[in-house]
Design a protein around this ligand. Structure first.
Ligand SMILES: [Cu+2]
Length: 142
């Protein structure tokens, strides 16, 4: 009798551990890395196409490995999404964000939940960069 109770307790504990780890996994955002330019100084986003599923949480990890500063400008995408926060260095910024400027070697993390299905333009708004091809496409699907 005691042994059966013990076994049930062990199974229950195992199940609890599984349940909580699944719940934890669900709240973790999907990470997407985007580089603004590269070491060679090319005026491009890497990758140029970003895909999101509406209603899911993402952590956009932006970095600038290039020798010059760049912008991550995607105003319509930002309007179509809910921003939880942007983290850069030891600073966490809450509220609506439309544009980020990254100086060389900078890294910023943008935690965002895309909401409205659509195709949105991404570009770098430094004069000449959009024209040189520093653009991208962001797609939000269901
Ligand atoms: Cu640029």
């Amino acid at each position: 009798m005691g042994k059966i109770l013990k076994l049930i307790a062990i199974i229950f504990c195992f199940w609890l551990t599984l349940e909580s780890s699944f719940a934890f996994a669900k709240t973790l955002p999907t990470e997407i890395n985007v580089s603004l330019g590269n070491k060679a100084g090319e005026l491009k986003f890497f990758p140029e196409n970003l895909k999101f599923v509406a209603g899911q949480k993402y952590k956009l990890i932006l970095d600038n490995p290039s020798p010059t500063k760049h912008y991550f400008t995607a105003k319509d995408f930002a309007d179509a999404s809910w921003t939880q926060k942007v983290e850069a260095g030891k600073v966490e910024i809450k509220g609506a964000i439309h544009e980020l400027e990254l100086k060389p070697t900078a890294v910023a993390e943008w935690v965002i939940v895309p909401q409205k299905v659509g195709t949105y333009l991404l570009r770098c708004s430094i004069p000449g960069h959009t024209e040189a091809g520093m653009t991208g496409e962001i797609i939000i699907t269901n």
